[in-house]
Design a protein around this ligand. Structure first.
Ligand code: URA
Length: 441
């Protein structure tokens, strides 16, 4: 017997057939799909069929908005109105060595814009903010919504794991997309990202769309299509969205791996961080301060952010944030409080020349095999494992110049990481231009 819905009037089979034949859905259709899937009435095989039909035939402009709306309302929508000010969130479409949230959250909060952020864990070659934060001894990411709102109200910043009642449709759909070849679809990515941000209570969102070998979108043209759609759908649902497109053809900064990235984030908050990471945090932060009403233009906002780093205010905010979530705030002054790997190995350049490319995905996978990431959701990670790159694309190197240092729990893991890392680097004999960080601001 086909499942029918009295209100929407269409069975789940009909909805699949409509999408298979290139037809369009109404908002009621999407509400029906998401609620049936969340409740378990719609089994995985039916949703998998619908997802593939949507992947192949696409969604039109109105459908993308309706899907996002239905997903956002598939669970609880957090009300942050008790916290004064515009609540600005930031999202990156994912990358390798992307520790911007660790820097941006306290930096922007130190300039007076409250940061209430829900983040995810790493999967595959990309890292996750929650895993990085949990490498700080004592730091807790699992909080209920009341504690989350209280921490933002008192400290000005909190970053927690998404609670199970937020956007349950996305949680189930994303897991299914991951194993059915339906992740790289613009309307499905847009629905997934924007619905989570709306459910998390954001008024305005800065989206960092990554482009390159370590990103979902490998070309600038594809990233631009995604960025436009994210902005359009967000605006249609009443959220102010700003998108930037930045490079993920090589890792951001030098460190890849959880505790190593926290260490690099702390140096950045001290003003000693890598230039690309610092520039990106200041650029994204300036947009957040403008959206948050703290500044009327970006030049002034950038100055506020740089001043907060110079005066130590950003680092002080980092300390109070870490302490409020149960972490050891001494980490800000003594990063050796972080877990350290048992063994390290520094690899020299195979030849003199210029670094031509670092394949970001390859480096992410090298860190993953050494224990920094997980291949499956249930895998444990080693917070101390990872890689520190000593040269970026365009740098001149001599034969034997240190290229990277690997950190792992034992020599076998180091060897596995080294083999992958060496496949991820190319050295050219002629001058190579450094890669641009910003594709579009
Ligand atoms: N990030 C998300 O949150 N969802 C997607 O579908 C892709 C990237």
């Amino acid at each position: 017997m086909p499942a029918t819905d009295d209100e929407a009037g269409r069975s789940l089979e009909e909805l699949i057939e409509i999408k298979r034949d290139g037809g369009a859905h109404t908002l009621a259709d999407f509400q029906r799909l998401t609620s049936a899937f969340v409740s378990g009435e719609m089994p995985d095989y039916q949703m998998a069929a619908w997802l593939m039909a949507a992947f192949i035939n696409g969604l039109d402009d109105d459908e993308s908005v309706s899907l996002t709306d239905a997903m956002a309302r598939s669970g609880r929508v957090i009300d942050l109105s008790s916290i004064p000010g515009v609540k600005v969130d930031k999202h990156s479409t994912g990358g390798v060595g992307d520790k911007t949230t660790l820097v941006l959250a306290p930096l922007v909060a130190s300039c007076g814009v409250p940061i209430a952020k829900m983040s995810g864990r790493g999967l595959g070659h990309t890292g996750g903010t929650l895993d990085k934060l949990e490498s700080i001894p004592g730091f807790r990411v699992e909080w209920d919504v009341d504690s989350f709102v209280r921490m933002v109200g008192t400290v000005g910043v909190a970053v927690i794991a998404q609670t199970p009642d937020i956007d349950p449709a996305d949680k189930k759909m994303y897991a299914l997309r991951d194993v059915t070849g339906t992740v790289p679809s613009v309307p499905l990515i847009v629905g997934s990202i924007i619905s989570k941000k709306i459910a998390g209570g954001a008024d305005a969102i800065v989206l960092d769309v990554k482009v390159g070998s370590g990103a979902f979108m490998k070309t600038e043209a594809d990233a631009r299509i995604l960025a436009r759609e994210l902005a359009r759908v967000g605006a249609s649902l009443g959220r102010r969205i700003v998108c930037v497109m930045t490079d993920m053809d090589q890792p951001l900064g030098h460190a890849v791996g959880n505790a190593l990235e926290v260490r690099e984030a702390i140096s950045t908050l001290r003003g000693d961080g890598p230039k690309d990471l610092t520039d990106l945090c200041v650029a994204l932060g300036a947009k957040m301060l403008v959206l948050g009403g703290r500044s009327t233009e970006e030049d002034g906002a950038r100055e506020l952010l740089r001043e907060s780093i110079r005066t130590g205010r950003a680092l002080e905010k980092f300390k109070s944030w870490v302490a409020s979530q149960g972490g050891d705030p001494r980490v800000a002054d003594d990063p050796d409080v972080l877990p350290l790997s048992a063994v390290t190995r520094t690899i020299g350049a195979p030849a003199a020349g210029w670094v031509q490319s670092w394949n970001a995905e390859g480096i992410g996978r090298a860190a993953m095999v050494m224990g920094a990431g997980r291949a499956r959701k249930e895998d444990a990670i080693d917070p101390a494992a990872g890689i520190v790159l000593h040269a970026k694309v365009g740098d001149r190197i001599e034969s034997g110049t240190p290229l990277a240092t690997l950190h792992a729990a034992d020599a076998d893991l180091l060897a596995a990481g080294e083999a992958r890392l060496m496949r991820a680097v190319r050295v050219a004999s002629a001058v190579v231009a450094p890669r641009p960080l910003f594709h579009d601001l």
